[in-house]
Design a protein around this ligand. Structure first.
Ligand code: SF4
Ligand code: SF4
Length: 340
């Protein structure tokens, strides 16, 4: 695992505090979506299909900060849309890092170089650019439906690293991904010098234009087992090794949908980042009045049946690490040996 010790400590002490406070449902990562518009139109995207009048809108920085305070999660992930198209992204990030929130700015990196050159961001241990990279050049450009994006993103990554920023990659895998090519991709990302990589199978968004390439559970397990068999020591993953073991079929987890709550211009999205079954007016309303028993694998909800996505299950893995000796021991062993 490549997460810095200070960040791990912040998360561990937060989890322990929640447990000691007897809090049953607590958030780990706030998914803050200040806007939905994007400069790409990927086939597997479930976010950019809103009508033009919604795509033109965005949240104010003040509304974002209120949501961050309300939620209290130690990590704030800013997906989108494309957050570098948010006009106040520099001020938003500055306000969040001043509050000691660990910010993951999830970007396709097309605008990264330009924003860095314009001095929009300052390096900080609290800020990480999490660059969308779905594979090597050919696979990534196909996934984002535009040629040349891989090279632009790689340039953006190098520029950010040169300027002293933390950079990770985030990769969504779909049906047909080749384990061998993905292993080459891991080498390529390590050669670029990123701090770590995050992986997740795609979720079969009903709104995504390409419905034929989402992975069912068995195929996800097969793909991750082959891809991560005999991992190279140099590969660093910026996520829980127990979550990777879950993706490989070595662990059986239930979803923790409140672990990564989502806030956007409609409010607090029920029940999770992936499904839109209404919105709550406050974070408290989300936690207290969502019918959680209707979601997750045990619920039998067909929308949850094949879901193994990080925003539902990584919180379960982190929870196990910091609340059970076995989970802690397994995490330490996987981290030390480099074998998920
Ligand atoms: S870069 Fe992200 S937000 Fe933009 S279209 Fe692709 S998946 Fe959607
Ligand atoms: S299983 Fe997936 S789709 Fe269902 S509630 Fe959890 S994260 Fe959402």
């Amino acid at each position: 695992m490549s997460v810095p010790v200070s960040q791990m400590w912040a998360v561990a002490s937060y989890v322990v505090k929640q447990r000691l406070g007897g809090r049953r449902r607590y958030p780990l990562v706030l998914m803050l979506e200040p806007l939905f518009r994007c400069n790409l139109a990927c086939a597997g995207c479930g976010k950019i299909q809103y009508p033009a009048q919604i795509l033109r809108k965005h949240l104010t920085v003040e509304a974002c900060l209120r949501a961050v305070e309300e939620c209290g999660a130690p990590i704030v992930s800013i997906p989108g849309g494309e957050p570098l198209m948010y006009p106040d992204i520099g001020r938003l990030v500055e306000e969040l890092t001043a509050r000691k929130k660990y910010v993951y700015l999830c970007t396709n990196a097309i605008l990264l170089r330009e924003k860095l050159e314009a001095g929009v961001f300052k390096p900080s241990k609290y800020l990480t650019f999490s660059v969308h990279m779905d594979g090597l050049r050919e696979e990534h450009d196909e996934s984002v439906c535009r040629e040349g994006v891989y090279d632009e993103a790689a340039e953006g990554i190098q520029e950010a690293l040169r300027r002293g920023f933390r950079v990770t990659t985030n990769t969504t895998l779909f049906e047909g991904a080749s384990p061998l090519r993905m292993r080459e991709f891991f080498d390529a990302m390590m050669d670029l010098g990123v701090e770590g990589m995050t992986l997740s199978p795609g979720y079969s968004y009903s709104k995504a234009p390409d419905q034929d390439h989402f992975l069912p559970t068995r195929k996800t397990q097969e793909l991750f087992s082959r891809m991560l068999a005999n991992p190279k020591r140099r590969w660093k993953f910026n996520q829980s090794p127990l979550f990777l073991q879950f993706l490989m079929g070595k662990r059986d987890y239930e979803c923790t949908p409140w672990g990564n709550p989502t806030f956007n211009m409609f409010g607090w999205q029920r029940p999770c980042y992936l499904l839109q079954e209404g919105y709550a007016e406050s974070f408290q309303d989300l936690i207290e009045n969502t019918r959680w028993e209707r979601y997750g694998k045990k619920s039998g909800n067909p929308k949850c049946r094949d879901c193994m996505v990080h925003c539902g299950f990584e919180a379960t893995a982190v929870h196990e690490t910091f609340t059970s000796w076995k989970g802690f021991r397994d995490t330490v062993v996987a981290t030390v040996t480099g074998k998920p």
